[in-house]
Design a protein around this ligand. Structure first.
Ligand SMILES: Cc1ncc(COP(=O)(O)O)c(C=O)c1O
Length: 484
């Protein structure tokens, strides 16, 4: 037997990877998976018979059904031989003619989905995306500025790699935030420059707070280069009004900051409407000749969220505006180093941006399925919100968008003591106790960052039914009584 110790151990691997934190798949998620495995083996010692993964926006793990149109087209692009049996598809399997047409069209553009595509994505899919952006924003979009990615995560990874030049590089990140940003900056050994969102105004952005964070970081020697906005927000659910976006873009123009607009929840909007950064930037450019011409904007979208919910397919894209051609060439080089985004994922992007239209054979079913998912999410968000408003010490604004609620929790002092005795923060302690008592996995607010002296947790409202909501209410009451 070899006496050599493993070459790699915890003290000699990359310290940047080691220090990165990603709470949505952290300790609680691991424990919840252990419980799930125990239940699957027939363990009856747990005080619950089901694990609810409310920790992650993973719609189809939580029973959201895939849209039939998307899966039918994918079945054909994956297995083109089925197209030799159109009569069976149409007359026995309820495929519609537009499904067959779309699959043939995609295959004519992609070739085989088993082949690498062009580095930045299949050209015809980029054209479809550009048309979608034009319809959405009312301003032209250039397909050559669109890059397909393996989910928005990989787009963020690309952009941050190119932006971050060294340990002095700083990126403004909202707090609370989706931890992809802090984790990626940590891995890149760059600086996260946090700015707090304003809970009192429904988690909107407060420019004075952003400015103060920016100026403080600059005074400390940070080369602040970019500003991340998540709209609609994760974990906050906030859907930003146009005025907020205008103010952010004005600030970016003034301070010469690259804007990274994470818009993966653009169809998960319950209040008001979604305003894209691209549209607002074009409006500002129209209204103020020259003032906004230099703004660099990268906006990201994904098939993972919304009513599509195809996150396992890893499809997404980002669109660039205003980047220097040499920088773009390096972004192109970076994406080409990983060859290309998954080609089936690219097809899902095409289907997302170019869905069946009224009059198309698949439209009725598509629309019915899409609307039912939207309605279901809204109803569950409202039920959860109503439950939170009945819970002592819990405060939560009405659901505005995305897939999450992020309530404030005020816990009795003994909870903080019990948490400290376990070496945990009070919100972490609360969430672990919730998981152990109910099988419901949520994420402590500290996983996203929260203002000093405040506690929160984040839950998705994706899980079907409302029974589990009642379990949170019961647990909370017992927890509060126990720690008074
Ligand atoms: C704000 C935000 N951005 C990006 C992502 C990553 O999504 P994708 O599956 O497209 O990589 C998520 C996933 O939860 C998210 O919440």
């Amino acid at each position: 037997m070899s006496t050599l110790k493993p070459r790699l151990h915890i003290d000699n691997i990359s310290p940047h990877v080691r220090s990165a934190q990603y709470a949505v798949r952290g300790e609680l998620a691991t424990l919840s998976e252990e419980y799930r495995a125990r239940l699957a083996k027939g363990d009856t010692d747990l005080p619950f018979d089901q694990v609810i993964s409310a920790n992650i926006g993973n719609p189809q793990q939580l029973d959201q059904k895939p849209l039939t149109f998307i899966r039918q087209v994918l079945s054909l692009v994956e297995n083109p031989k089925l197209l030799d049996h159109e009569d069976v598809l149409l007359n026995q399997l309820d495929y519609k003619t537009d499904v067959i047409e779309r699959a043939k069209w995609l295959l004519s553009k992609v070739g085989s989905v088993g082949a690498y595509s062009a580095s930045a994505g299949v050209p015809a899919i980029k054209e479809s995306i550009a048309k979608f952006i034009e319809r959405r924003d009312g301003f032209p979009a250039d397909p050559s500025k669109i890059y397909l990615s393996g989910g928005a995560s990989s787009g963020v990874n690309t952009l941050l790699h190119v932006i971050c030049a060294g340990p002095d590089t700083g990126v403004l990140v909202p707090i609370p935030q989706y931890p992809l940003y802090t984790a990626s900056l940590s891995i890149l050994n760059a600086r996260c420059v946090p700015y707090n969102l304003d809970e009192e105004s429904g988690w909107s952005t407060d420019l004075e707070i952003i400015r103060a964070s920016h100026d403080k970081a600059v005074a400390e020697g940070t080369d602040v280069r970019a500003l991340v906005i998540i709209n609609p927000g994760n974990p906050t659910g906030a859907s930003l009004p146009e005025d907020n976006i205008r103010a952010i873009l004005a600030f970016a123009a003034e301070k010469n900051l690259v804007v990274l607009a994470d818009e993966v929840y653009q169809t998960n909007v319950f209040e008001g409407r979604f305003h894209s950064f691209k549209r607002v930037l074009r409006l500002l450019q129209q209204e103020n000749p020259n003032k906004y011409d230099h703004v660099e904007l990268a906006s990201l979208h994904s098939v993972s969220k919304g009513m599509i919910g195809e996150c396992g397919h890893r499809g997404g894209y980002f669109e660039l505006v205003g980047f220097h051609p040499e920088v773009e060439a390096n972004i192109y080089k970076f994406v080409s180093i990983t060859l290309c985004a998954p080609v089936v994922g690219q097809c899902v992007v095409e289907l997302m941006v170019n869905p069946p239209q009224p009059g198309d054979p698949s439209y009725e079913q598509y629309n019915a399925e899409y609307s039912a998912i939207f309605q279901g999410l809204k109803e569950r968000a409202d039920a959860l919100h109503a439950a939170f408003s009945r819970m002592e010490g819990v405060e939560c604004g009405p659901p505005q968008g995305s897939m999450y609620l992020f309530p404030t929790i005020r816990l009795p002092p003994r909870a903080a003591e019990a948490a400290a005795a376990e070496g945990r923060s009070p919100d972490e302690y609360y969430c672990i106790r919730l998981l152990k008592a109910t099988g419901i996995c949520v994420v402590p607010g500290s996983g996203f960052g929260q203002k000093k002296d405040t506690l929160h947790f984040r839950t998705t409202f994706l899980a079907p039914g409302t029974d589990w909501v009642g379990r949170i209410v019961d647990f909370h009451k017992k927890f509060m009584d126990e720690h008074r």
